[in-house]
Design a protein around this ligand. Structure first.
Ligand code: HEC
Ligand code: HEC
Ligand code: HEC
Ligand code: HEC
Ligand code: HEC
Length: 402
């Protein structure tokens, strides 16, 4: 094993190579002078399975158009896999076409080592390591402490210094970047408030105790460092499935079609958030869920249609067309694009059930009401729902109107 370690360490460009035979593996000599710009591959040399999850999404059904090349020295990876990189690994790589020169983005997209004491990323402070990083969150972005230790869940003996921090296994960890508005006050319905949605809507009222990791990093019993003589542990899989995962959407919302009064045209659609400990959709303002309803007659011909959109709002108030002209004075078109689609339904908060009513114009007769919930990652596209877009869930109801 040590022979192997020596060979591998020889190809790390980033290490001060201090490995000698004997106590090498446990001497905690390994340091990471490049800070959070340390290539993830460096860690992947020893933590192979976690690296494959992070870099290639192995073990998930993440499907995005994002790509991510390897950096540093070559380590053994499969030729092809059916999943795609996690958003953390591919964030702001060249393929995303985003201007990363705007330094305030870096506080979350390429952070310096952070401490939990500071209460969330501060977009007003420019991270020093941003320029050297290669367009994604690295292992070190989340694990390196300002003191140069690796934050861990277990007290282990490792070739690098580790420090057990309980926050690593709690929502506090994710909230550092996924709170965004923190420590400002919560604005219900606004984009980028996932942590506050979890804290205020789910955790505090007692809907449940699950932390972000419990749903987004399902655990497996295995060795974390494959080539070392260490016991199997409960290891969180580094998959972070979100908007690009069908597994994630399935079971997130429920939908029931109700005709309250026999023979009447009034229809109710009850939509409930049953699977997420925060709003659906959450985070990015571009995410949206559509409720699409069609009423067909006995021959299958469409007689009435309606569509609602659920999405986070861009600003401190609901999106609204009335503000589009005012928005055009801004330096970018984001607010205008969001307001142009308002008013719309706000996201469904954790545990929320919402009833939407509609009275279609129909002749007396027999009909089938077909309702479906569909997810889109970009509501600002001209056609946000592609043909054959997989649905979250659907429901049908046969009705008679008099
Ligand atoms: C030379 C091999 C090697 C390299 C390189 C390496 N590690 Fe480790 N690491 C280990 C070993 C061995 C352990 C102890 C594993 C155990 O006992 O389960 C460990 C433990 C850890 C733990 C704690 C595991 C736990 O169960 O809590 C974390 C977190 C970690 N490493 C992250 C990293 C990160 C991040 C990097 C890169 C910046 C890195 N490691 C680089 C070998 C390595
Ligand atoms: C250092 C900042 C940071 C931390 C800490 C962090 N994230 Fe993220 N996360 C991001 C960024 C930035 C993105 C967006 C990446 C992109 O799409 O460009 C993201 C995206 C995601 C996504 C979207 C995935 C997709 O495919 O759309 C999920 C889910 C997620 N994070 C979950 C978590 C969880 C759970 C934690 C805590 C264990 C966490 N994140 C910790 C910065 C962070
Ligand atoms: C977005 C933040 C984030 C990134 C990026 C990240 N990790 Fe982790 N890592 C975590 C969190 C959170 C945990 C603790 C999960 C738990 O057990 O609840 C963790 C746990 C671990 C553990 C200990 C096993 C465990 O589940 O307790 C190891 C080892 C580890 N990570 C290595 C890596 C390596 C190697 C990379 C890069 C390939 C990496 N991590 C990238 C957040 C991150
Ligand atoms: C009870 C399980 C559960 C917990 C706990 C949970 N989530 Fe989620 N999360 C989900 C589900 C389900 C979805 C998919 C919802 C959808 O279809 O929009 C999701 C989606 C996401 C996304 C995807 C957004 C995107 O645009 O890709 C992010 C980011 C995210 N969660 C972050 C977090 C963070 C941060 C926490 C902790 C503060 C957390 N989640 C806690 C279940 C959970
Ligand atoms: C406070 C932390 C933070 C800051 C600052 C920040 N982001 Fe993000 N960014 C995130 C998180 C978290 C996500 C994932 C949110 C989600 O999908 O729920 C994200 C997602 C993204 C995405 C993915 C969008 C998609 O559709 O998948 C892009 C692109 C992005 N950010 C670019 C930027 C740019 C450019 C800036 C600077 C102008 C910036 N971000 C500033 C945290 C931040």
């Amino acid at each position: 094993m040590l022979e192997q370690l020596k060979l591998r360490v020889a190809c790390f460009s980033s290490f001060i190579v201090l490995v000698s035979m004997g106590t090498a593996a446990l001497a905690e000599d390994l340091t990471f002078p490049q800070g959070t710009a340390t290539p993830s591959e460096t860690c992947g040399e020893c933590h192979g399975a976690i690296y494959r999850e992070y870099l290639l999404g192995v073990g998930s059904d993440t499907h995005s158009a994002h790509t991510r090349g390897k950096e540093g020295c070559a380590i053994s990876l499969p030729a092809k896999v059916s999943s795609s990189p996690t958003a953390h690994a591919s964030s702001l790589t060249e393929t995303r076409g985003v201007n990363v020169k705007d330094f305030h983005c870096s506080s979350c997209h390429f952070p310096d080592p952070f401490s939990f004491k500071n209460g969330g990323a501060n977009p007003k402070v420019e991270p020093k390591t941003a320029a050297a990083s290669n367009g994604g969150l690295t292992c070190a972005s989340c694990h390196l402490t300002p003191e140069g230790s690796i934050r861990a869940s277990h007290a282990v003996k490792a070739p690098h210094r580790t420090v057990v921090e309980s926050a690593l296994q709690s929502s506090t960890m994710c909230g550092h970047c996924h709170g965004y508005a923190a420590p400002e006050k919560r604005v219900v319905g606004k984009m980028f408030q996932t942590f506050l949605e979890w804290q205020e809507d789910y955790y505090k009222p007692g809907l449940g105790n699950q932390q972000c990791q419990d749903c987004h990093m399902p655990r497996t019993l295995r060795k974390t460092a494959e080539d070392f003589d260490v016991p199997p542990r409960a290891v969180a899989r580094h998959l972070w499935t979100g908007a690009h995962s069908r597994q994630r959407h399935l079971g997130s919302l429920s939908l029931t079609v109700i005709q309250p009064d026999e023979g009447k045209r009034l229809l109710n659609f009850e939509v409930a958030n049953i699977g997420a400990a925060h709003s659906i959709p959450t985070g990015e303002p571009s995410r949206a869920v559509f409720l699409r309803v069609e009423v067909v007659d006995k021959k299958g011909a469409g007689k009435a249609r309606k569509e609602w959109m659920f999405a986070p709002s861009y600003g401190n108030r609901p999106d609204d067309k009335a503000f589009v002209e005012e928005d055009k004075k801004r330096s970018n078109d984001e607010a205008a694009r969001a307001d142009a689609q308002g008013p719309h339904e706000s996201s469904l908060r954790a545990g929320e059930e919402r009833v939407l009513s509609w009275e279609p114009v129909l002749q007396p007769g027999e009909y089938t009401v077909k309702a479906e919930l569909l997810y889109t990652i970009d509501r600002f596209q001209e056609k946000p729902l592609k043909e054959g877009e997989p649905e979250i869930t659907s429901a049908t109801l046969a009705i008679t109107t008099k």
